[in-house]
Design a protein around this ligand. Structure first.
Ligand code: ADP
Ligand code: MG
Length: 725
């Protein structure tokens, strides 16, 4: 048997069959797998101090985190009344120090052994007895040899996560490190290169052998960084190769219908419009027009902040399609929104021969049958419904364009479904929940993106305030005063899914109370998620006709609703909402030339903290961010009006863990790359991959054979997927 990286890990020194079993449980089967088991951090000597230095620092008022390496000389459990604490004493070459634990003391006690070496990191304090002390410090266990090496030669030490399966077969920090060290020493030179040589040269990447060596036991931190870069580049390179291959596939096998742009009907439509299109709207239309004229089916994402006027753009596109003899579908996320689109579009095209139908739940059987028939026979040009439209067996006469409103996540998947069904229509996905460029680029590499950045003229930014619940009476007075001037108000109470009933009750209670007290002079109405769309529709219509001043609601008004005469939105328990949700809600007002107001109501205690922490979260630790998330969000709402900026903050707050459920979108999860912070590498890898596929789409050239091989070996399942989507 050749002794090389692909053999079973059990043959590696200090592993054997039993440990190999444990390794297998966490997916490490071969030596190669082990070499790709990445450390999560490295101990950096730059931060290591001696105990006497630390003592001196603290006395001089230093108040940051430090790391000391030393040996355990004693540990004891000390009883204080009914409580116990763990105290572990250490020594290094210069003196003594101690770590103490108040919680989980049995657990921690088990982790420290007399005579063993540890690196301890925390903010140091000095006790009243003059001892240097660390409270609940971070710590890493080191071998004696490692400690000496580390201190004398500056060797950099890696740390690995040790899943419980490994712990069970007696693998700990330094035994695992030793095994990996041995593997790196003996096998990293045999790892096969997985990137083409010329790209390695061109991009000045580390080769795979150097990468593996330096990712585990780097000679210095610069090389560690280079190793990380190489892994990220490779990961994104292959990812983007798949995207490029998919794009080619769509281009070569799926041909759309080249439309002609008939100017007359568009001109007529624009003339009747009570406003001029903005520059951005016109620009997006010119991009869509090019898509429609070409043979390649359109696959475009339109990003535009709330109220930027995406609907008109969609409508004009649908008019173009109509005058080519094809049908368009407009899918909205909710029935009430579909209904609103329907009404608005009917009104906008009232003097044309364009036929619009609405297909949503709650219609009578007969009504529905008529609509379906019209769609089938071609007696409907524009079909408006919810996202469910695509799931149902609607038979189209000639489908030419699908517009998906207020959604980005599933746009790709829905398109795939259409293609599966044998359609190759043009697809326009519209969203007000912007995703940062790097992210959209990665998720939708083969999607063209248009932006509407400018708002229609004369729009004033919405004035945003944070008020504590104590101030609610003043807020109600403001609403009353504004009502006298003809302003209308949304009063929102958050609804949490698990307790829909309770929340509904709360909204009803508030409704009854407010009607009898603060808002007794005003006309108040209630809308909530439990109503069917017809009931909702009726209330929205009445509100739009100004039949009442205040609309109390759960978050059913969140997406897309357009009632330009409503200018104030009060959001109760605002800390419960995510940023994009808050921004969406705020977008319900300020949709006319009148000044809009958004008042975020918080619990009183939050209000106090708000003032205390008017921080910029860029400088906060993850733990702090976690703790003050809701306050950061509210502060961001005041600071920024721009949906793009807010969504970036939202993403940072959520962390890279759950970025738009990549699983659902059928894209691979990334192991090395951080979509937000590695945008340069991503862009570079994308360019490289796209150039390569453009010049050698079947990967037949000798210099690209390694790409072909790696894709086939490591990405075959995804490759298949890439032909579907
Ligand atoms: P969104 O992009 O959030 O879907 P809408 O398409 O609902 O925004 O447009 C918001 C409001 O702005 C609508 O009432 C629409 O009629 C109006 N609107 C759209 N374009 C313009 C424009 N160019 N000038 C003035 N008002 C516009
Ligand atoms: Mg909209």
């Amino acid at each position: 048997m050749p002794f090389e990286p692909s053999i079973n890990i059990q043959y590696l020194k200090s592993v054997g069959p039993k440990r190999a079993e444990s390794f297998a449980k966490v997916g490490i089967k071969t030596i190669r797998d082990l070499l790709f088991y990445m450390p999560y951090k490295h101990l950096d000597r730059a931060n290591i101090l001696t105990s006497s230095k630390v003592l001196q620092y603290v006395i001089n008022g230093y108040n940051g985190e430090v790391t000391i390496i030393g040996e355990v000389i004693n540990k004891e459990l000390i009883r204080y009344g009914r409580k116990q604490i763990l105290k572990v004493k250490f020594k290094d070459n210069n003196g003594f120090y101690e770590g103490i634990w108040f919680q989980g003391i049995r657990y921690f006690s088990g982790l420290f052994n007399k005579g063993e070496f540890y690196a301890i990191s925390a903010k140091p304090v000095i006790t009243k007895y003059g001892n240097l002390q660390f409270v609940h410090p971070d710590f890493d266990r080191l071998g004696k040899n490692e400690t000496d090496d580390f201190l004398h030669t500056g060797k950099i030490i890696p740390f690995y996560r040790i899943p419980k399966e490994l712990k069970e077969s007696n693998l700990g920090d330094f035994s695992l490190r030793k095994i990996i060290h041995y593997a790196v020493e003996h096998f990293s030179d045999q790892i096969e290169e997985s990137m083409p040589e010329y790209i390695i040269q061109e991009k000045k990447l580390l080769d795979i052998k150097q990468t593996i060596k330096n990712i585990h036991f780097p000679q210095n931190f610069t090389l560690l960084e280079k190793a990380r870069e190489r892994l990220k580049f490779e990961e994104m390179f292959y990812f983007e190769c798949l995207v490029a291959i998919r794009k080619n596939f769509v281009k070569s096998t799926i041909t759309g219908i080249p439309f002609q742009i008939k100017a007359e009907p568009i001109k007529k439509f624009l003339k009747r419009l009570p406003f001029e299109l903005t520059k951005d709207q016109l620009h997006v239309l010119s991009e869509i027009r090019k898509d429609l004229e070409s043979k390649k089916p359109m696959n475009r994402l339109l990003q535009g902040d709330v109220g930027s006027g995406k609907t008109i753009v969609a409508l004009i596109s649908m008019i173009i399609v109509k005058y080519n003899g094809y049908q368009s579908v407009l899918m909205a996320p909710t029935e009430i929104l579909a209904d609103q689109h329907y009404k608005k579009i009917c009104q906008l095209i009232s003097d044309s021969d364009i036929k619009v139908v609405l297909l949503i739940g709650g219609q009578s059987k007969k009504e529905r049958a008529t609509v379906l028939d019209k769609i089938k026979t071609g007696d409907a040009d524009i079909i408006i419904g919810t996202h469910a439209l695509i799931e149902e067996n609607v038979v189209y006469h000639k489908l030419g364009l699908v517009v998906i409103d207020e959604q980005h996540r599933f746009g790709v998947v829905q398109r795939a479904r259409l293609i599966e069904k044998g359609f190759t229509p043009n697809v326009l996905v519209m969203t007000a929940t912007p995703i940062p460029r790097t992210l959209s680029m990665t998720l939708y590499g083969d999607l063209d993106i248009s932006y509407i950045k400018e708002m229609p003229a004369n729009r004033k930014p919405v004035k945003t305030y944070i008020r504590s619940e104590k101030k609610l009476p003043e807020v109600y007075n403001f609403i009353k005063a504004k009502a006298k001037e003809g302003c209308q108000t949304f009063l929102v109470y958050p609804l949490i899914e698990e307790s829909e009933k309770l929340e509904l009750k709360a909204a009803e209670t508030y409704f009854n109370q407010l009607k009898q007290t603060y808002l007794s002079d005003l006309k108040v109405s209630l809308i909530h998620g439990r109503m069917n769309w017809k009931e909702k529709e009726e209330i929205m219509l009445k509100f739009a006709r100004k039949e009442f001043d205040v609309l109390i609601s759960t978050t059913v008004i969140e997406v897309g609703i357009d009632i330009p005469s409503a200018n104030i939105i009060v959001i109760n328990d605002a800390f419960r909402f995510g940023l994009s949700q808050l921004h969406q809600l705020r977008g319900r007002v300020g949709r006319s030339i009148e000044q809009g107001y958004c008042i975020l109501i918080t619990k009183d205690e939050y209000d106090i903290k708000m003032k205390q922490y008017n921080f910029d979260f860029e400088y906060m630790s993850p733990a702090q961010i976690e703790k003050y998330k809701s306050i950061i969000r509210l502060n961001a709402m005041i600071k920024y009006a721009d949906g793009f900026k807010l969504s970036e903050i939202d993403l940072k707050l959520r962390g890279p863990g759950d970025i738009f459920g990549t699983k659902q979108s059928g894209l691979p999860e990334l192991k090395y790359t951080d979509i937000i912070n590695d945008s340069e590498i991503i862009e570079d890898a994308k360019q490289t991959a796209f150039n390569l596929i453009a010049s050698d789409d079947k990967l037949r050239q000798e210099k690209n054979s390694v790409v072909r091989k790696t894709l086939a070996e490591n990405y075959s399942s995804l490759l298949k997927l890439s032909y579907i989507v």
